[in-house]
Design a protein around this ligand. Structure first.
Ligand code: SF4
Length: 315
């Protein structure tokens, strides 16, 4: 599905004019003169000669089909055949900054044969029902046209708090997507467990890394890719999502992760005398990693993201 904000228009321009100005065709006065015998009255056309001018239409009058974004602050017409709007013409538009500014969250990816999925709440952590979750606290969104996006989940984003720098370890081709997130003086490597054909990374995170924690399921996406292997491995799970969880199973796992984080935070608080890190009965305060001493922050992030098998992690 294409972006609902993408528009098409016929534009007219004058090839004789020193300034290229495109005017949307609307039957207005400028278009009428160029497309009729009245073009001979135009001073610009009169200055130039054309060997076999048409009597009815100005030879310098050109018309083309263009596309433009109706939400952009400045309208920019792009020839219809240009690839610049390839994102707008695919499901990839759901992760465009301008689209998200109006839609606020990516529209749920449709799941064939199921009603529109909702977002569950795992003790304060949102778990969108259409996303696949990996034990490495990364998520996967697969659109109907095979475009996929990967990011870190709201649980990890909350635990890290503000992120100071994002570096992409992988950026193109068939890879297991990985990135290094820097929080204060701690580097944390997050990786998606399955190979993905990466087509783009979210370069906006380099200039504004905080958007990752601010909007982990939208503006904070990390990788864009394409699902080339549509093989299904069991229960209708696409191969790219093998070993990942979705829906109620993902929500239950996220709740268990909350308990695990609390236990890790309490263990850390015992090592740091006099500092209480975990609130009774709930998740530790947001930005836990940022509040810990360097060694404890490294230890906790390693334990949280340690790569035992998915069967062990999800149990
Ligand atoms: S730039 Fe963004 S909002 Fe505008 S048409 Fe393209 S995808 Fe839609």
């Amino acid at each position: 599905m294409r972006c609902p904000f993408l528009r098409e228009a016929h534009v007219q321009s004058c090839q004789a004019s020193p300034f290229r100005k495109q005017i949307v065709r609307s039957g207005g006065a400028a278009g009428e003169r160029c497309g009729t015998a009245a073009w001979r009255e135009c001073s610009v056309a009169r200055e130039l000669t054309e060997e076999h001018p048409s009597a009815g239409t100005c030879p310098f009058h050109s018309e083309s089909l263009v596309q433009y974004c109706s939400t952009a602050p400045v309208t920019k017409f792009i020839p219809w055949s240009d690839q610049a709007f390839s994102r707008c013409g695919s499901e990839s538009h759901r992760f465009c900054d301008l689209y998200l500014a109006l839609a606020r969250t990516p529209a749920p990816a449709a799941i064939p044969g199921e009603p529109a999925p909702a977002t569950a709440d795992a003790d304060g952590i949102p778990v969108p029902g259409w996303l696949w979750f990996a034990s490495s606290h990364t998520w996967l969104d697969i659109a109907s046209d095979g475009v996929c996006h990967i990011g870190v989940d709201a649980f990890l984003a909350r635990t890290l708090g503000g992120i100071d720098r994002v570096q992409f370890v992988t950026s193109k081709g068939l890879e297991r997507p990985a990135a290094v997130l820097t929080v204060r003086d701690v580097d944390i490597t997050v990786s998606f467990p399955n190979p993905v054909f990466i087509t783009a990374v979210n370069g906006a995170l380099r200039a504004d890394p905080a958007r990752l924690a601010r909007d982990p399921y939208g503006l904070g996406w990390l990788f864009e890719g394409i699902v080339r292997d549509r093989t299904v491995v069991g229960n209708g799970t696409p191969k790219i999502a093998d070993g990942l969880l979705r829906g109620s199973a993902a929500t239950a796992w996220m709740r268990r992760e909350g308990l695990r984080l609390r236990a890790l935070a309490e263990a850390a608080s015992e090592r740091i005398s006099g500092v209480r890190l975990a609130a009774d009965g709930g998740l530790p305060a947001p930005g836990l990693i940022r509040t810990l001493p360097h060694e404890e922050a490294l230890r906790l992030s390693h334990l949280l993201l340690s790569t035992s098998t998915d069967e062990e992690r999800f149990s």
